[in-house]
Design a protein around this ligand. Structure first.
Ligand code: PEP
Ligand code: MG
Length: 765
């Protein structure tokens, strides 16, 4: 049969219904109220391509070298043409339209791809294929074919190649599901999202769920005892707007709520009871607390989507010894740059040598780290350096890898001897003699064997990163990423996207300045390096947005690289040839980065956004924009923005908004140094460096106010995004998102939730 109804499908039917179809069928089978749907089975797709005689051409077309981006682009185009240009066999067309007719009065439906390898372990294709909402009878058949075609996007071809999946072994089913025209809707956490307690938290508002999910309305909040069903707490808010489906176009539009209903309670006792019943069933079904999107139509509760509430693994890298209270002698101390406490044997490494000698669980001791040390840093249990500050390479990379680190310990290389057993405390910034627990030393156990090294895995437990579910916040909490190797860990933090992806770390790891790299290997190779680096992060986060920032390395950092001898000598590199200034002056290297982003868009990574650093005024922004256009990126279609990190740019915000940016992001590391005239790397004036200084705060809040008036998103990606006082002031001012380092994501989520709840309580008092 070309189609199968949801109630005839179960969880084991992945081969015919695809991953999504099978899991919807299973939920329906478990008695959950999933809106009705039928599935255009995988066999239908297979028969279509076989009987039309296009299968051979199709698989030949996509059999390309996936590292060759031009070949990949033509493979996608050819495959899609073959599918879209082939006529439907009459019986299949009829069966699908008949099934649609069974929904009754020609309703809008959602058409979702459901690949047969989707959601299998190690083969997460979810999100790679298309979904179309608000589809009517006229467009139905076209959208189904487009779903089939989306099996051959560049991204999907590349991904299957990389994972070793045969293109022919993956089929695709399509779910056609009735869209629910909700009177009320919202989200439900089947266990308390902050504490994990046995309480169901429901948020609800009028109309479609988009308003609640996007945070454009403050929903009512209900807390219910999961066992007894007792309603423990109800907060009724003022709901000024709602989302509804426009009857003519099917598009979701925002509308004002009638005056009389604004302060009315959304959910009554019976509806909450039904939601609790559904919540318990879903949680029982999956065995984990779930975050469920629900809707109510004519008194019936529907479940639209369910996903686990993200949690962070609490384990620490150096499991051998995590007791931070070792009373050994303090050998050296410095900046606690990456949290966690761990013991291991010292391995001193020079600039380029001795890296192979670093084995799992060693403590790397170096003057400073360089980008080529990253593989060894991944194996290490901890890192200690003589030099560097909180924004140095060593500090950033260890935080991202979750490896405890003490930075700027001055005499570490002179004091610590190879093979000496030490305990590194990345919170306090100390290195003490011996292990954290005597027992392990007595047993003669190798700490490395137990700790297993960092391996880029879950990482050290930062203060407050308890194993609790992710709190839901209206203000987004994103994460900063600098090295692609850290992408998976950052994505697992539950962050809402990447607020800053620093490209310069990718370039520094090439060991050559961009000019030298292009001279030696060609433009194409340079562009491919950038594509590969960003793609790793965009893939790990898809479909969450990733803001890739164009190069912003100062000349003193480039000087360490091959080709660095050609860098200008500058009296103060922080005020010199860096950021957008250098890019506009050397547009060739700039446009290669922009082309890399354009290629990623073409490959389907529509979550990649561009961000320009260190702009002075609107002229810089307009010039950068015209380079985007030069390489074929349409600034009206793709999201892009700039960093606000010079006082001049903060004071020119109106003109910068007029230049067409979608967002701005505060680089408070720089904005503070330029506003206060305090070099961020100069320890003589470090006591004057204060991101919370009223002068800096005024610039931040004024920019937020102007941007809010023009619907331009605001964010912060400087180090101060993790300071509670900064979080409070910016959330109160109405910032759209915050982007801290990965170790601070969970703490910031909780702080944001606290501030938002306070704001909410104040509105109802
Ligand atoms: C900043 O200046 O705050 C920022 C995030 O950019 P960077 O630290 O890379 O200069
Ligand atoms: Mg900066």
């Amino acid at each position: 049969m070309p189609v199968a109804w949801l109630n005839a499908v179960s969880g084991s039917d992945i081969d015919t219904a695809g991953g999504k179809g099978a899991s919807l069928g299973e939920l329906r089978g478990a008695g959950l109220p999933v809106p009705s749907a039928f599935i255009v089975t995988a066999d239908t797709y297979r028969t279509f391509i076989d009987e039309a005689g296009i299968a051979e051409d199709l698989f030949e077309a996509v059999d390309v070298d996936s590292e060759d981006s031009t070949a990949l682009a033509s493979a996608e185009q050819r495959a899609r043409e073959l599918i879209m240009n082939t006529e439907w066999p009459d019986p299949v067309r009829e069966t699908i339209l008949d099934a649609y007719g069974d929904f009754g009065d020609d309703p809008f439906v959602a058409v979702r791809s459901s690949a047969t390898a989707e959601d299998l372990p190690d083969a997460s294709f979810a999100g790679q294929q298309e979904t179309f909402l608000n589809v009517d009878r006229e467009d139905l058949l076209d959208r189904i074919k487009r779903c089939w075609g989306s099996l051959f996007t560049q991204r999907a071809i590349y991904y299957r190649d990389e994972q070793g999946f045969d293109h022919e072994a993956v089929d695709i089913a399509v779910v056609v599901q009735r869209m629910v025209d909700a009177e009320k809707s919202g989200v439900m956490f089947t266990s308390h999202p902050s504490t994990g307690d046995a309480e169901i938290v429901v948020e609800g508002a009028w109309g479609l769920g988009e308003a609640v999910v996007s945070g454009s309305v403050s929903p009512d909040n209900y807390i219910i005892d999961k066992e007894s069903g007792e309603i423990e707490d109800v907060t009724v808010t003022t709901k000024k707007t709602k989302c509804v489906r426009d009857a003519a176009t099917g598009e979701t539009v925002e509308k004002a709520v009638d005056e009389a209903r604004r302060d009315e309670r959304v959910l009554d006792g019976a509806e909450l009871d039904e939601l609790r019943r559904v919540g318990r069933l879903v949680e029982e079904h999956y065995g984990d607390p779930q975050d469920v999107e629900w809707a109510i139509v004519d008194g019936d509760v529907f479940m639209l989507q369910s996903r686990p509430i993200t949690t962070i693994d609490e384990s620490t890298n150096g499991a051998a010894s995590q007791n931070g209270d070792s009373d050994g002698e303090i050998l050296v101390s410095g900046l606690g740059a990456s949290p966690g406490t761990v013991s291991g044997r010292v391995r001193s490494v020079g600039k380029l040598d001795h890296l192979d000698a670093v084995t799992d669980g060693d403590v790397i001791v170096a003057e400073m780290t360089t980008p080529d040390m990253v593989p060894a840093m991944k194996r290490a249990a901890a890192i200690v350096t003589d030099e560097g500050g909180m924004t140095s390479h060593a500090a950033i990379v260890s935080r991202e890898l979750g490896v405890p680190a003490v930075i700027g310990a001055e005499s570490a290389t002179a004091t610590l001897a190879d093979d000496q057993y030490v305990t590194v405390d990345g919170d306090r910034g100390t290195v003490v003699d011996g292990a954290a627990t005597e027992a392990e030393l007595r047993d003669g156990e190798s700490p490395s064997a137990e700790s297993g090294g960092a391996g880029g895995s879950a990482g050290a437990a930062g203060s407050g990163q308890a194993n609790a579910p992710k709190p839901m916040t209206a203000t987004e909490v994103k994460v900063n990423v600098s090295i692609p190797e850290a992408a998976e860990r950052a994505a697992a933090s539950g962050a809402d996207g990447v607020g800053l992806l620093r490209i310069e770390h990718m370039v520094l790891s090439l060991g050559k300045t961009p000019g030298k790299y292009v001279a030696d290997h060609g433009e194409r190779a340079f562009r491919q390096e950038i594509i590969d680096g960003i793609r790793t992060v965009a893939e790990a986060f898809y479909p969450r947005p990733v803001r890739a920032r164009t190069l912003d390395a100062p000349t003193d950092e480039f000087r360490q690289l091959e080709g660095g001898e050609d860098e200008p000598t500058e009296h103060n590199p922080m005020l010199g040839y860096r950021g957008i200034r250098r890019s506009l002056d050397k547009p060739a290297v700039f446009e290669l980065q922009l082309e890399a982003v354009r290629r990623l868009h073409e490959m389907g990574y529509d979550n990649v956004e561009l961000m320009f650093p260190l702009v002075t005024d609107a002229e810089d922004v307009l010039r950068a924009k015209s380079h985007m256009q030069n390489v074929g990126i349409d600034p009206d279609k793709r999201r892009w923005g700039v960093m606000i990190e010079t006082p001049a740019s903060a004071l020119s915000i109106e003109e910068i908004v007029d230049a067409g940016v979608d967002f701005v992001s505060f680089g408070t590391n720089d904005l503070t140094q330029y506003t206060l005239a305090v070099d961020r790397n100069n320890s003589n004036v470090a006591d004057r460096y204060d991101e919370l200084h009223p002068a800096v705060q005024t610039l931040l809040t004024d920019v937020i106010e102007t941007c809010r008036a023009s619907d331009v998103d605001t964010s912060i990606c400087g180090q101060a995004a993790s300071k509670p006082a900064m979080v409070q002031s910016l959330v109160n001012a109405g910032i759209t998102s915050l982007s801290p380092n990965v170790d601070a994501v969970r703490d910031v989520q909780h702080e944001v939730k606290r501030v938002e709840q306070k704001l909410l309580v104040e509105t109802v008092r």
